[in-house]
Write a new protein. Structure first.
Length: 87
């Protein structure tokens, strides 16, 4: 129940991150990759990820069953960033 509350009402709706190394991303349109240079700052829209209908049907509904073991394994990693992820 706690994780669903944090999904609906994240502690911080935006996380900032600074890339320490160059990183290659697959282009979302066209072909190829996009290089993110070291030192680039990015914002991660936590609230928007948690309320995206493609990952959370009925995102405004309070549904603790989203976090059963079966449901957790059915979605991509890093869709629910409750306290941040990684270094």
């Amino acid at each position: 129940m706690f994780t669903e509350a944090l999904r609906k009402y994240p502690i911080d709706p935006l996380l900032d991150h600074m890339f320490c190394n160059h990183y290659e991303l697959i282009a979302t349109y066209g072909n190829g990759t996009v290089t993110v240079p070291a030192g680039t700052a990015v914002c991660i829209p936590v609230f928007d990820l948690h309320h995206d209908k493609s990952y959370n049907p009925e995102p405004e509904k309070f549904d603790p069953d989203r976090f059963t073991e079966e449901n957790k394994h059915s979605r991509p990693n890093y869709i629910h960033i409750l306290f941040g992820e990684g270094p």
